[in-house]
Design a protein around this ligand. Structure first.
Ligand SMILES: [Zn+2]
Length: 304
C-alpha cells in the first residue's frame, strides 16, 4: 500500500483530527458532497446504502436470464441539438465528467420510453474504465466486461434537481453505453473524439478542459443500436449508492481505439495516483427482474 494511503487511513481513524474536505467537487453522478472514497477495494469498503441496499448496481446482465418483453424503444428528445458552450470536461477525482447544459435554443435534452414512465432530463455524463490489464465496464454482459462504460445521467423532470431526484425511486435514469477496443475502428465518431481529445488536458484532479467545436448528445451515441437494451431498477454505482436509478444498458458496444482508452488510464485521482479501474464490483441481483428489449425476432439466436 502506498505510504500516502496508509497515512490517509490513519487520518480516517482519527475523526477529531480529520474533517472530510467540505467541498469536494462533482461526484461523478452529480453535485453532491461526499466523504473521501476511492476504488481501492472496488467499492467494497463503501458504507451506507452501498452496503445495505437490495437493489444495487452494477449487476451481471445476460439475455437468457432476462425477461424478453416488447418494451417501447428509448426516445431521445433534443439529442440532435447543439449544446450550449462552453462544455467543460473535468477530472473530478473519480472520473472524467461533463455537466450537460441546455441546447443553444434553450431546450433540454431528455429521454423517455423503455421502462420510464416520465420524461428524464440529461444532467451529466462520465466514464468508467479499467487499466492495461483489466477491462473496466461496470455492468457485464454474458459474464464479459467491456473496456469502457459511459453513463449519461438523467433526472426525472418531476423533480427540481438531481439532489431531490436522488431521494425518489423513480428519480434518475442512466443510459449505459459500452465501448470495445478494436484494432482499427471502422467508424470514427466526431462527438466522442471531441471528448477523448481533451483527456490529456485533465490528467490531474480538478483540471478542466473545454470541448472544442459544437456537440450534440446524439453524436456521443455514434451509430449505436439503441433498439436493443437491458433495463432494470438499480442504484448509483458511486457513494451514497442511492437506489433511485432506472438503468438502460445498450447491449451492443461502440468501437473505441486503444489510443483513446489509454488516455483514460493516464488520468490521476485526487490522491495523485493513477485513476484506473474506476468501476464498482458486481452487486447481487436479489431476484430483481431484468428486462431485455430487442428488435430481433429470432430470440433463439440471441440465447444460443
Ligand atoms: Zn457511472
Amino acid at each position: 500500500m502506498p505510504e500516502s494511503r496508509i497515512f490517509q487511513k490513519l487520518l480516517l481513524l482519527l475523526p477529531l483530527a480529520y474533517t472530510p474536505h467540505p467541498q469536494l467537487p462533482h461526484n461523478d453522478d452529480g453535485d453532491r458532497e461526499v466523504q473521501h472514497w476511492n476504488y481501492e477495494y472496488y467499492g467494497n469498503d463503501w458504507g451506507g446504502t452501498c452496503r445495505t441496499g437490495l437493489r444495487q448496481s452494477p449487476i451481471r446482465l445476460a439475455v437468457h436470464k432476462s425477461l424478453i418483453v416488447p418494451l417501447p424503444r428509448i426516445v431521445f428528445g433534443n439529442y440532435d441539438k447543439k449544446l450550449r458552450s462552453p462544455l467543460k470536461l473535468v477530472n473530478n477525482g473519480h472520473s472524467a465528467h461533463m455537466d450537460i447544459p441546455e441546447t443553444r435554443d434553450n431546450s433540454k435534452p431528455f429521454i423517455a420510453g423503455g421502462l420510464l414512465k416520465d420524461r428524464y432530463i440529461a444532467e451529466g455524463l462520465h466514464f468508467h474504465w479499467g487499466s492495461p490489464n483489466w477491462r473496466g465496464s461496470e455492468h457485464s454482459i454474458k459474464d464479459q466486461r467491456f473496456d469502457v462504460e459511459m453513463h449519461i445521467v438523467h433526472r426525472n423532470s418531476r423533480y427540481t434537481d438531481l439532489k431531490e431526484a436522488l431521494n425518489h425511486k423513480d428519480g434518475i435514469a442512466v443510459l449505459g453505453v459500452m465501448f470495445k477496443i478494436v484494432q482499427e475502428p471502422d467508424s470514427v465518431f466526431p462527438g466522442l473524439n471531441k471528448i477523448f481529445a481533451q483527456l490529456p488536458k485533465i490528467k490531474k484532479y480538478k483540471q478542466e478542459a473545454n470541448i472544442v467545436g459544437s456537440l450534440t448528445l446524439g453524436q456521443l451515441l455514434g451509430n449505436l443500436n439503441t433498439r436493443d437494451f437491458f433495463t432494470y431498477k438499480g442504484s448509483l454505482t458511486t457513494p451514497e449508492c442511492e437506489e433511485s436509478v432506472t438503468w438502460t444498458v445498450f447491449s451492443q458496444p461502440l468501437p473505441i481505439s486503444f489510443a483513446a482508452v489509454s488516455r483514460f488510464w493516464n488520468l490521476r485521482s485526487n490522491d495523485g495516483y493513477r485513476l484506473v479501474n474506476n468501476y464498482r464490483s458486481i452487486q447481487p441481483r436479489n431476484s430483481r427482474p431484468v428486462y431485455y428489449r430487442t428488435s430481433t425476432n429470432q430470440i433463439s439466436n440471441l440465447i444460443g
